[in-house]
Design a protein around this ligand. Structure first.
Ligand SMILES: Nc1ncnc2c1ncn2[C@@H]1O[C@H](COP(=O)(O)OP(=O)(O)O)[C@@H](O)[C@H]1O
Ligand SMILES: [Mg+2]
Length: 238
């Protein structure tokens, strides 16, 4: 087991929107990091959905192979599938970053690395004064942007990257996910994203079907780029 180093304790995964592949890419990251010999936990600190259990946390836990209590992965889970700050106000349970930080510590105590999935896109309010950006800021995490590859994604990606930088956070890489299989000029879109985003592309996840898409997706991430982006040590050969 490689020794975990300070700069590589976790990463925050955001996206150009909701339903564009953040969970798929987060699970793929977990698999890819496990392949580098790390014990990797997943976290979805704020989730909303029409189900009692958060599907994203279940997917992340499945990918991690670790037996971690869902309540630690899901610090704040709201039942209606609506914007988190509205859901929080409706049930009078405000999002408290101290709880998120304590749950994050619980995970870092047990894993070498934690992949933290955001909620929605980037400019997401979490409370009256709280924004999503306060979460990676509090946890001191670099950010990976998942770009849902479809018409309009260049605008969404460049706006997100600008907002992440404006919020004082470090975009360490981006991952494309083909959510629109018949997207026209996809290659040119990817070229534009590559040349205009300051952070490196860590992989492009093609349109996937069939069993275990998370594992399939992991094979499309670039291990060397990932190691550099997350400042992970080189894998020692056995
Ligand atoms: N590259 C892809 N190939 C096939 N399906 C995808 C791909 N990326 C995302 N999806 C599908 O799109 C839906 C939304 O993805 P998900 O990862 O849950 O998004 P988010 O976490 O951003 O809401 C899921 O059903 C997922 O399986
Ligand atoms: Mg998700």
């Amino acid at each position: 087991m490689p020794a975990s180093t300070d700069p590589a304790r976790g990463v925050f995964v955001t996206g150009t929107d909701t339903e564009i592949g953040k969970t798929l890419a987060s699970c793929a990251l977990i698999h890819a990091l496990r392949e580098q010999g790390l014990r990797v936990a997943g976290m979805k600190p704020v989730a909303t959905g029409d189900v009692a259990e958060a599907e994203d946390a279940l997917a992340l836990r499945e990918a991690s192979g670790m037996r971690i209590a869902l309540r630690r992965m899901n610090s704040f889970l709201y039942e209606p599938a609506i914007a988190p700050h509205i859901a929080a106000a409706q049930v009078h349970r405000r999002i408290d970053l101290r709880k998120v930080a304590s749950d994050y510590r619980h995970l870092t105590d047990r894993a070498d690395f934690v992949v933290v999935e955001g909620v929605g896109g980037w400019m997401v309010p979490l409370g009256r004064r709280l924004m999503l950006a306060d979460l990676p800021k509090r946890l001191k995490l670099p950010v990976i942007l998942v770009v849902g590859l479809r018409l309009g994604c260049i605008n969404h990606a460049l706006l997100s990257a600008r907002a992440i930088a404006d919020d004082g956070l470090r975009l360490c890489g981006w991952i494309g996910s083909c959510v629109q299989p018949a997207m026209r000029s996809q290659k040119e879109n990817i070229e534009t994203l590559t040349s205009r985003l300051s952070a490196p592309c860590l992989g492009i996840i093609p349109p996937l079907a069939g069993d275990q898409p998370e594992r399939q997706a992991a094979a499309h991430l670039r291990p060397a780029a990932l190691r550099r982006a997350l400042m992970l040590p080189e894998v020692q050969s056995a």
